[in-house]
Structures are given as structure tokens and as C-alpha cells.
Design a protein around this ligand. Structure first.
Ligand SMILES: [Zn+2]
Ligand SMILES: [Zn+2]
Length: 253
């Protein structure tokens, strides 16, 4: 399985528009972060987790010419606002499967009503096939995927385990019984916003604590704010098996 980090930034991305913060002005490409998303490829399958406002640019940058579907963690705009840009995939492939909690599917229908329109639909609008995810294993391609239920302050979010790989973002708390699903991982991806506490995201310490409880072979941090600091400085402070993810990073599991 190959995982490409399409974006590793928090909701505003880095640089933040109009910001003169040193991290926003950094010339290191690892300090430039699009909104958070990953491309997951195995056998001949290609899936994307989340479809934020940078989706078009991310698909171009990754040379992605086919997707088998999109899986959504939750409905926040930094994870969903790019849905219209599935059009090139729809024109080539036909209806695009989307997988999300029923509540998130409802939100997408409300925000992108023209995509879900069934009568007098504009011919240029894309079609999707809705798949509701419950907190139980579901199948993508030839693989069983296990949702991990978490809380983003008061909003439910799903993380996902694909074999020995798990991807969690926008989490602040995870119940004990859900943590049991994350034992024995080779790679864990986890959100870590900044050093200061945040009401709806793990900060760096909370992410590192969870990593030390779960003991994956390797962990990668994502959904990063410019306030966390320069990539190279933060990386030096991390434990040996923990890495700050950056855009275009590819890992093999
Ligand atoms: Zn987010
Ligand atoms: Zn969010």
C-alpha cells in the first residue's frame, strides 16, 4: 500500500493568506501545506480521504488520473469544499462513489444540492454514489476498512484503519474501546495542530501521548498549523519513530 500526503495543513493552509508569520514566509517547501488529505493506493485501487478546497491542485500535483472513490472524515469545509472538482473524474469514469457518515452525506447534499439533484440536472454537474458509513467495517475494493470513531470537540469524526495503516485527523478525544482498534499498527497518522491546547484538535503533546499508548512502529503528524513552527525545527524535537508529515511525502506500508 502506498500513501501520499496530498495536504498536511490545518484549515487555512500554510501560508495563511496575508500572514507575515515567519513560518508562512518560509522558503522551505516542507513548510508549505495544502489542506489535509491523503491518497491511498493498493493493488489497482486508488482512494482519497477528504476532498478539501485544494483537491484540484492536489490531483494535478499527484498526477492522479483515476479515483475509485472519496472517503470523508467529517463535513468541515477544509475536508469537503473541493467536491465540485471531481468533474474530470466523473467525465472519464462515470459516477464517483463517496463514503461518509450519513450525517456528512446529508451535509454534502445541502451544500452541493446541484450534484445530488435528480430532476432537470445541469449536464455539467457530476454524479456521485452515496455510501453511508456506520461504525463497523466496510469494504473498499478488496480490503476491509475499519472506521475509528472520535470526537472533534462535540462533532463526531471518523478515522480509518486499512490493514496496518490508520489515518486519524481532526480528533480531540477517542473512547477507550475505539483505541483497541488501533493496536499493532505499522503506521499511524494523527493530527497535531500546535503546541498550545486547542478545543477541538490534539496539540503536539496529546498526539505524542496517544502515540506512546498505541505504540505503532511509525507515526506521522498532520493537520498542522503554522503556529507549530518550522518543519525542520519541530522534526528535531520528535521521538525517533515520529515524523512531521509534509506535502508530497510518500510512504509505503
Ligand atoms: Zn480540518
Ligand atoms: Zn474539522
Amino acid at each position: 500500500m502506498k500513501v501520499t500526503f496530498l495536504g498536511t495543513g490545518t484549515s487555512q493552509g500554510i501560508p495563511v493568506i496575508g500572514s507575515s508569520h515567519p513560518v508562512c514566509l518560509s522558503t522551505n517547501s516542507k513548510d508549505k501545506r495544502l489542506r489535509v488529505s491523503v491518497l491511498i493506493e493498493w493493488s489497482h485501487y486508488t482512494y482519497v480521504i477528504d476532498c478539501g478546497p485544494d483537491f484540484r491542485q492536489q490531483m494535478l500535483r499527484a498526477n492522479c488520473d483515476k479515483i475509485d472513490g472519496i472517503i470523508f472524515t467529517h463535513e468541515h469545509a477544509d475536508h469537503t469544499a473541493g467536491l465540485d472538482d471531481i468533474r474530470p473524474f466523473f467525465f472519464r469514469q462515470g459516477d464517483i462513489p463517496i463514503h461518509a457518515h450519513g450525517r456528512v452525506l446529508g451535509e454534502l447534499e445541502r451544500r452541493f444540492d446541484y450534484i445530488f439533484e435528480t430532476e432537470n440536472k445541469y449536464p455539467g454537474a457530476p454524479n456521485v454514489i452515496k455510501h453511508a458509513i456506520k461504525n463497523e467495517a466496510f469494504t473498499l475494493g478488496n480490503l476491509a476498512v475499519m472506521p475509528i470513531n472520535g470526537m472533534h470537540y462535540k462533532l463526531q469524526v471518523f478515522g480509518f484503519r486499512f490493514g496496518d495503516f490508520a489515518y486519524l485527523t481532526d480528533m480531540k478525544t477517542i473512547a477507550e474501546e475505539e483505541l483497541l482498534k488501533l493496536k499493532g499498527l505499522k503506521v499511524l497518522v494523527l493530527n497535531a495542530l500546535r503546541e498550545d491546547e486547542h478545543i477541538s484538535h490534539f496539540n503536539l503533546n496529546e498526539a505524542l501521548e496517544l502515540i506512546s499508548v498505541l505504540q505503532p512502529e511509525r507515526a506521522y503528524l498532520t493537520h498542522i498549523s503554522h503556529l507549530l513552527g518550522f518543519h525542520d525545527d519541530v522534526q528535531q524535537k520528535l521521538p525517533e519513530n515520529v515524523f512531521l508529515a509534509y506535502d508530497n511525502l510518500q510512504i509505503t506500508i
